[in-house]
Design a protein around this ligand. Structure first.
Ligand code: GLC
Length: 641
């Protein structure tokens, strides 16, 4: 006899919500409730020790049951399909694309019309940047949400979003949307009601009557936007208090230590899932929990809160995947995919910020020693989870280089970060990069960098594009060859340069991240099959990377990449062992010929090594040494039948 794990009262509590459903469907929900009950209660106990965690969990289970009853039939079918293929995000034919709806295609309908373009690139995962109704005026690219249940008017409405999600799903493309959960716009109704004096909504935020607590927190808090939004608190006359604002003054941090806030976001997650959203991107997740005396990032409660939301989703909509946007140092990164008690219980995906930073670091330093150390010492990720592998995203690049990693290879972390900023801002005499300095912090001397992949790799439309395109290809090959979901940043597939007019749009003038968020250029789109153009060459490169990747089961996210330690200092070698065979990524990050011993490939079991990217057989000289051409990017696999 199967035993009910969830208490009888919980089963009773969800009964009314399930009442109208056929018996078989009720059974499904009840089985899920039994399977996941402990995963729901335990983190609640840890996060809210003073609350009645069973009562909180029961209330969330009732929400889950209601959303389950409302879930459209085709999404129940999707749940079943995903459960039958739980590794869908890890497969080597999974390619992502990220874009602003209006910059990519005008509006939501336009996105549907551009589907064939995405299909040429092999895209199966589409992240549309924030499109829920933002505050008027500057809204941080949509990351200041005024209403989670409606769409930005110029892009369409909720029905357009539902239709797009359906159409994408029918064509094998999963829609990814942001869940902005660290803050809301100051115009969101919760903030409006807090300002109107409703205590219930004041408690949704961190509000302090004077500077005592804010000053205590500020002592250890960094500033995210020191240039245009210094400090972490904003005085609000109507509130008659200081409100926590990590990002801009009009982005109010919500108070996750209040379980009612959690309940609100659970409803939002279920709402998005029932629209057909297949992946939620947990924006700025690292910042969710505040603790005096810390930098208020990566606190353990963040992972417990993620587990709660994840578990509720498992009750209603197990197809929904979670992606953590935690742009944090390498030591804090893997936790977002689940370590220790959170293994398999938090996000399926997380941005491999460390890989991205190391790619640019290797290219500028023409040396792989630091990358070997940093990437080689990351703990393995839990089975079932995957990295988002990317070369750049819509945000700036912060040089997340761990001082310990730098010291381990005889570098000074601070000086190396300074070097990278100088290099990518193009201020060093031999730099090829065309980046922009974002948020120079006079106290820490920290300077982050904006720029498209092409601009950072030194691809130019005029003159000799060769070296720049080689670096562009190499950077993408490292990311695409890591295993995980590679994500193309809109415009990069056409090697788009920085948008020189970025500052001309109202509200954007102070934020040069808009330089690397270009509108898709129709001329470049038209040129994409013409390989005499830079756009055409870049497009062909990304198409090739995607096709070859799809053909290599070794690139399934389930295989763990291993960085070889004792290679030439200019060559990064990444080994992936998979039952279907070994894969060795060989990447020469220098502009010179570099050696790699054939013996190493033989020892890994490659008898007739072949570079799957070029189709060339890998050969060595009489001395047994393979010579990698400048900026070579080879995906070496067994070529013998
Ligand atoms: C995330 C977004 C970034 C935004 C911030 C605040 O980091 O990627 O664009 O500014 O969150 O929402």
């Amino acid at each position: 006899m199967l035993r009910d794990v969830a208490p009888a009262e919980v089963h009773r509590a969800v009964r009314p919500a399930l009442a109208g459903l056929p018996k078989g469907r009720k059974l499904v929900f009840r089985a899920r409730l039994d399977r996941w009950w402990d995963d729901l209660v335990e983190p609640l106990r840890r996060v809210y020790p003073r609350a009645d965690s069973e009562a909180l969990a029961t209330a969330l289970a009732v929400k889950a049951a209601r959303a389950f009853a409302e879930r459209p039939e085709e999404l129940h079918a999707l749940d079943l399909r995903r459960q039958l293929r739980p590794d869908w995000l890890q497969r080597s034919d999974m390619i992502g694309y990220a874009a602003y709806t209006e910059r990519f295609a005008g509006d939501l309908r336009g996105v549907g019309e551009r589907l064939p373009y995405l299909q040429e690139l092999g895209v199966r995962y589409l992240h549309l940047m924030p499109l829920l109704k933002p505050r008027p005026g500057d809204n941080d690219g949509g990351y200041a949400v005024a209403d989670y249940r409606s769409v930005r008017e110029d892009l369409g409405d909720i029905e357009d979003l539902r239709s797009l999600a359906t159409m994408l799903r029918e064509n094998g493309v999963s829609l990814v949307l942001d869940l902005v959960l660290n803050h809301v716009a100051a115009e969101h109704k919760w903030a409006v009601r807090a300002r109107a004096g409703e205590q219930r909504y004041r408690d949704y935020f961190y509000v302090y009557p004077d500077r005592a607590r804010p000053d205590e927190f500020e002592a250890t808090l960094p500033e995210v936007f020191p240039d245009f939004a210094p400090g972490n608190f904003t005085w609000d006359a109507e509130l008659d208090g200081w409100v926590w604002t990590t990002f801009n003054a009009w982005q109010w941090d919500v108070n996750w230590s209040n379980p009612e806030v959690l309940a609100e976001y659970v409803d939002i997650v279920l709402f998005l899932a029932n629209l057909g959203v297949e992946v939620v991107r947990l924006d700025a997740i690292a910042f969710l929990w505040k603790r005096a005396g810390t930098n208020c990032q990566n606190q353990p409660e963040v992972h417990d809160l993620t587990q709660v939301m994840r578990t509720v989703a498992r009750l209603t909509c197990p197809a929904l995947a979670f992606k953590a946007e935690a742009i944090v140092g390498p030591r804090d990164l893997v936790q977002y995919l689940g370590l220790g008690k959170h293994v398999g219980r938090v996000s399926d995906l997380a941005y491999h910020n460390s890989l991205m930073v190391q790619i640019w670091s290797m290219l500028a330093a023409r040396n792989v020693v630091l990358a070997r150390q940093a990437l080689g010492s990351l703990p393995p990720i839990p089975p079932g989870s995957s990295w988002i592998c990317y070369v750049r995203c819509h945000d700036d690049i912060g040089w997340a280089i761990d001082d310990g990693d730098a010291a381990a290879v005889g570098l000074n972390g601070h000086l190396h970060r300074m070097f990278l900023s100088d290099w990518y801002a193009g201020v060093m005499p031999d730099s090829w990069a065309d980046g922009l300095v974002f948020q120079e912090n006079p106290q820490t001397l920290d300077r982050r960098i904006s720029g498209t992949s092409a601009a950072l790799a030194g691809v130019s439309d005029s003159g000799r594009a060769g070296d720049g395109l080689d670096r562009f290809f190499l950077a993408h090959a490292i990311a695409w060859g890591w295993g995980g979901v590679p994500v193309i940043w809109s415009g990069d597939e056409l090697a788009a340069p920085n948008d020189v007019g970025w500052a001309s749009e109202a509200g954007h003038e102070g934020d040069n991240r808009w330089a690397h968020r270009p509108r898709l250029d129709p001329t470049r789109v038209a040129d994409r099959h013409d390989t005499s153009t830079v756009a055409g060459q870049a497009f062909a490169m990304l198409v090739r990377l995607g096709r070859v990747r799809a053909s290599l089961p070794q690139l399934h996210g389930g295989a763990t990449p291993q960085v070889l330690w004792d290679t030439d200092h200019g060559v990064l070698a990444v080994v992936r062992r998979h039952p279907s065979g070994v894969f060795v990524g060989l990447y020469n990050v220098t502009g010179e010929w570099r050696p790699f011993p054939m013996d190493r490939l033989r020892a890994l079991g490659l008898r007739a090594p072949l570079d799957a990217l070029s189709g060339n057989v890998v050969t060595s000289g009489a001395d047994g040494v393979i010579r990698l051409h400048p900026h070579a990017a080879w995906w070496v696999v067994e070529g013998a039948e």
